[in-house]
Design a protein around this ligand. Sequence first.
Ligand code: M1P
Length: 249
Amino acid sequence: MENRKILYLFDVDGTLTKPRQVISKELKQFLLNKVKPKVALGLVSGSDYSKVAEQMDGEEAAAHFDYVFCENGLMYFRNGQLVSAQSILNHLGEQTLQKVINFALNYMSKLELPAKRGNFIEFRTSMINICPVGRSCNQTERDQFVQFDAVHKVRETFVKVLQREFASSGLTFALGGQISVDVFPNGWDKTYCLRHVECDNYEEIHFFGDKTDPGGNDYEIYTDQRTIGHMVTSPDDTKQQVQQSLNIL
Ligand code: M1P
């Protein structure tokens, strides 16, 4: 295979798929049939494994990617098997975690939004995901929140309050997707996944992501010196940029 010493790493939501949707058949086939013969392929998402696998159209499809980095790479999968994992609970301890959870629940209890559903705090292995509308909202309620948030800056304000409250706790609060805030220890951002590929000695590591502005969860890896960053605006844009960079007609 040509150029196997190049790695193309992709964010998922907004980059390979519409937020929380499944990848299109066309883009999946393009990546696996046209791109994979040229470069190694990896996924790096803030989401957990079940969501990433679902969005790649199932675990079998996800396993076709050389690397699957979930929860920013703190959960590392290769060929569908978990290779390594880090626990936020072990890292922070119960007391600090509860302080964050209690504070967030209290803050969210005072918000008035177009809709409020369930699962306001999703506890993952290596991060907490805080969601004012509730992760069990449906697509219409998600869209409503997105519009409301664009005007009222609910998450942006929430992040500032959290940063002030937990200034000395060593935690990062990042706007991952559309409706939630990811919370993880400093340094457990998407650059974490790069340590897993160090031993594979890639000559170039390209990263494609849509949340590349400061405060977005692609910012750190996009600006990292070890990667060549590509800012994209949609799955179609990702395909176009990959086609151009690899001269695929
Ligand atoms: O794009 C990755 C993000 O996807 C989801 O975000 P949201 O539901 O807010 O659109 C979450 O899984 C989030 O943790 C993740 O960073």
